[in-house]
Design a protein around this ligand. Structure first.
Ligand SMILES: [Zn+2]
Length: 287
């Protein structure tokens, strides 16, 4: 099915910075600094990018960005910017409000993906940002997020997702493995970055897209050893990345990078030396 009436749009929720060494694992700084120049604190620029899928009868959002729940100290450490605007402003550019979102697919519950699930109300309390949406996450990631290891506990903040404990919470659907959530929107679990993350594969207007989340966070992470230091099972990431890139090249998928500061979408090619390279797709919005 080609889904001729489906539009997909990349939304920039915010920008922040993470340590370049942590983002590129074992890769020496002189190599990654060429494509991702660090600032004086060794941070590289990161985008918190979400994906909007607009169907005639349904509005779907993939991931929710950083949100607003950060202390001044955290804002300083992570160089968090553009927070005043956030998702509400990004949605309004497309004549949508958070209340219009029907489905929220969470790739995983790390704070830079799930932080936008809550928004301060007028009285200062934090309320669900998408009160009318069904929310989707892999059951395995939901479980892990509630009892992560000491090593990755800092990436999961229970306050981001305990809204689902409330009696009047919007619905949460836990997914077990590969699933087609609705026509032409499929989730593919991967486990190298964290347990039960999911890549989202979308068919729109005859083109296949893959929102690859933290499996390939930026266009600079395509090659095998370019694996984040954060990953719990780095060899698994290498395997899972190879598989996605194989399909992307063979079947002409467009990959959508959640954290690349400049390249939102790219096709995949191989250069004269046999190395995987991105071929950026210029526009952010596809009909
Ligand atoms: Zn993550």
């Amino acid at each position: 099915m080609s889904h001729p009436d489906r539009t997909i749009i990349a939304l920039e929720e915010s920008h922040f910075g993470l340590d370049g060494g942590a983002m590129f694992g074992i890769i020496p700084r002189p190599l990654w600094a060429k494509t991702n120049p660090p600032d004086e604190a060794n941070r590289i620029q990161m985008s918190a990018r979400c994906l909007l899928i607009i169907d005639p009868d349904r509005v779907t959002l993939i991931d929710t960005g950083m949100g607003v729940g950060f202390s001044d100290k955290e804002r300083e450490i992570y160089n968090i910017r553009n927070q005043d605007a956030g998702l509400r402003a990004a949605l309004s550019q497309h004549s949508l409000r958070p209340e219009d979102v029907d489905e929220v697919i969470l790739t995983h519950l790390h704070f830079d993906h799930a932080g936008g699930l809550r928004t301060p109300a007028d009285d200062g309390t934090l309320r669900p940002t998408f009160p009318n949406a069904r929310h989707w996450v892999q059951r395995e990631n939901w479980s892990w997020a509630h009892s992560p290891s000491a090593r990755d506990a800092g990436s999961y903040r229970k306050g981001d997702f305990d809204l689902f404990d409330a009696a009047d919470a919007p619905p949460l659907n836990l997914i077990d493995g590969i699933a087609e959530l609705f026509d032409g929107v499929e989730v593919l679990p991967v486990h190298g970055h964290t347990f039960g993350m999911q890549v989202v594969k979308i068919e729109a207007a005859g083109q296949t897209y893959a929102f690859v989340a933290d499996l390939i966070p930026t266009a600079s992470h395509l090659r095998d050893p370019y694996v984040m230091g954060y990953d719990l099972q780095p060899l698994k990431t290498v395997e899972e990345k190879r598989e996605i890139l194989y399909h992307a090249r063979r079947d002409d998928w467009i990959l959508i990078f959640e954290h690349d500061p400049t390249t939102a979408m790219a096709r995949i090619d191989v250069d004269g030396r046999g190395r995987v390279i991105p071929v950026p797709v210029e526009t952010l919005s596809h009909t």
